[in-house]
Design a protein around this ligand. Structure first.
Ligand SMILES: [Zn+2]
Length: 92
């Protein structure tokens, strides 16, 4: 007897991202602009990658500090700083 597995729980449907790919997707993720597999893939990655999880928290906190601005309106400098901070820590 076959059991029905909801699409979001089927492991092979969830996209797997590298840390670099994930960073690029975070803004879209926060805007809820990703398709379902990508969204789940980001979430899955965040839940098992400490680096990205911490980066994500920092990213979100920064956006909150800046107010209710949509993430794409982040000043380029802030975004760049977050990105390079992440990359340094990650490669170091
Ligand atoms: Zn990661």
């Amino acid at each position: 007897m076959k059991r029905f597995i909801p699409e979001t729980e089927a492991v092979n449907v969830v996209k797997r991202f590298t840390c670099d790919e994930l960073v690029e997707l975070l803004t879209a993720y926060l805007e809820d602009a990703l398709d379902r597999p990508s969204h789940d893939g980001v979430r899955a990655h965040l839940s098992c990658c400490e680096h990205c999880e911490r980066y994500f928290e920092q990213f979100r906190a920064t956006i909150r500090v800046l107010g209710d601005q949509p993430p794409e309106k982040l000043p380029t400098g802030v975004r760049d700083r977050l990105m390079s901070a992440f990359r340094e820590r990650h490669s170091g």
